[in-house]
Design a protein around this ligand. Sequence first.
Ligand SMILES: Nc1nc2c(ncn2[C@@H]2O[C@H](COP(=O)(O)OP(=O)(O)OP(=O)(O)O)[C@@H](O)[C@H]2O)c(=O)[nH]1
Ligand SMILES: [Mg+2]
Ligand SMILES: [Zn+2]
Length: 355
Amino acid sequence: MTDNLSELAPSLDSLGWNPQLAAWADDHAPARPGRVARANRGYALVFTGGNAVLAASSSVRTDTGVAPATGDFVTVLDTDDGPVVSAIAERRTALIRRAPGKVPEPQVLAANIDDVFVMHGLDRPVNFRRLERQLVIAWQSGATPFVLLTKADEVAHHDEAVQSIRKIAPGVETLAISTVTGRNLDLIRKRFTGSRTVALLGLSGIGKSTLVNELSGGGVQRTGQVRATDKRGRHTTVTRDLVPLPGGGIVVDTPGIREVGLWHAEEGLAKTFPEITEAASHCRFSDCRHDREPGCAIRAARSDGRIPDRRLEHWLQLRAELQWQAEQLEDFERRAASRDRVENERRQSGSGRRS
Ligand SMILES: Nc1nc2c(ncn2[C@@H]2O[C@H](COP(=O)(O)OP(=O)(O)OP(=O)(O)O)[C@@H](O)[C@H]2O)c(=O)[nH]1
Ligand SMILES: [Mg+2]
Ligand SMILES: [Zn+2]
């Protein structure tokens, strides 16, 4: 694998190494500690302090049911077959979406992060629903979300966009930035100190990798032009990469994501819609469905304009989606368990015949 990441050699301290992790790693000696810079199917590129090692990860996945994700703290054991990821430390935070496809399973976009930069390009209309979904998974991660509106140099009146977004992202710092004019980049740079780790989230072509290059002061990440006609990106970044910055701090560049599936995100939903969560706590009945029940504080807030229709509708939809997903997951697990039972019985009756 030849790429810029494997040529970096950050120290363990700059990657967020701490006494708890050291104690954890001691239990796994003689394996070496490190942090995952990039995870591929079956392999992880691991910064082990002064080195980047490509380690096999299938066995740890089979043993623990967890595959290493970008940002994970891991141990790497040298075996006759080469380096192998031998353990993954419990994640402090994790940015997770539901993996695309029919099977209900999580996809970890970044682990052990402190902030999530939810990014939208001002060169196209902001999709509020997508932004709200992104905020749900960002809040759910346990990290602090920020909204960055990129390409501020391309629009004359971006203040309006910033104001309308502040309304749908209460409690979330929202900034318009530009890598062309340098607008607000000083504020962004200030977030990056020590081993603080920030994950970037957003559609293809909105300038995630360009920001990474701007912050790192060099062409670490490849960037690609958007299509002139509809501003669509070309999915230039295809892996989730942990990029340590020379002045401190770490940024996780990610491929552009269109589908933001939710995964166990009740808390994230509550934090994304704080005004609705607050109103719900005043409904007369604790199991109020906010439909026709008497004393519904949400309906009252809606009718006097404190909660906009659009936001309430989206909240109800996302809540229903989470409920549906919980049922689907239960059903899925029940079917898997019954398959295992049948398989066990088949095996036992088979061994019975042999004896
Ligand atoms: N005008 C302007 N263009 C920008 C800015 N930031 C990025 N771009 C351009 O937007 C295009 C896409 O940038 P990338 O950084 O590759 O976008 P990305 O979000 O990493 O895209 P994917 O890797 O495909 O997910 C490039 O042509 C950049 O030069 C900005 O602040 N202003
Ligand atoms: Mg990119
Ligand atoms: Zn109610």
